[in-house]
Design a protein around this ligand. Structure first.
Ligand code: FES
Length: 233
């Protein structure tokens, strides 16, 4: 494809099977581009197109290969003979809770997501993760009440739900991880005194006069102010 999206004459085409129907698509396309090229229009299952939002979870098999593989449609480049389907949504177990009523009790996540007890340690979640997150390890950390470790290990999760869709214990890993991160941020990490002071200043309107002055300036004065700003070493 050229930069403006037109097909180049020398472009090699490869066969892919989208929901079991064969299409020939340019070999350099991502799964998402290939689906659009084949006539599919996205109303669901597409978000950032940059590998961050997790909206484009995809399953595929390669012809003659038993292994069920996973991908993000916006990131994965098509492979010849891939049979694919995209998950527009996966119904995870998303519980409601009030953070003000929780604590850093080691069993806190298990009280809200008791299905974590059912984890078999099969590691299917880790193997399903397209971005190679140590999913089983963060679930284990949550079960052990080690919120710092769980938060570190799950930090890059894009919440696509591929892990949950394959879990025999029916765990919704991203939601459990999110709760672990919230507990870690609210109850474990020491409060930042600098932030506390800054919030108090904002509530006391300390910055109001300065902001009003900026809002009254014209663009040239703003540019000059920006160019001459104080830069921290
Ligand atoms: S569309 Fe956001 S990760 Fe693919």
């Amino acid at each position: 494809m050229s930069e403006n999206g037109t097909l180049q004459p020398e472009q090699k085409m490869v066969p892919v099977f989208i929901m079991n129907k064969k299409y020939d698509v340019p070999e350099t396309m991502t799964v998402m581009q290939a689906m659009e090229y084949s006539g599919y229009r996205y109303k669901r299952g597409c978000g950032c197109r940059g590998g961050y939002c997790g909206a484009c979870a995809t399953f595929f098999r390669l012809e003659g290969d038993v292994k069920l593989r996973t991908a993000l449609a916006c990131q994965k480049v098509v492979e010849p003979g891939m049979y694919l389907v995209q998950l527009p949504f996966f119904p995870g177990n998303k519980r409601k809770y009030d953070m003000e009523k929780l604590s850093a009790d080691p069993g806190q996540v298990l009280k809200i997501y008791p299905e974590l007890y059912k984890c078999l340690g099969c590691n299917t979640c880790t193997k399903s993760c397209y971005i190679e997150m140590p999913t089983l390890d963060y679930i284990t950390a949550l079960v052990q009440g080690d919120f710092e470790k769980a938060a570190e290990l799950s930090f890059e999760c894009v919440m696509c739900g591929l892990c949950s869709s394959r879990c025999p214990a029916e765990i919704t890993h991203p939601q459990a991880a999110m709760l672990g991160m919230r507990i870690y941020g609210k109850f474990v990490v020491p409060r930042d005194e600098h932030l506390k002071k800054r919030v108090a200043d904002i509530l006391a309107d300390v910055y109001e006069p300065g902001l009003r002055k900026l809002m009254a300036m014209d663009v040239d004065d703003l540019k000059e102010l920006y160019s001459n700003r104080e830069i921290e070493p």
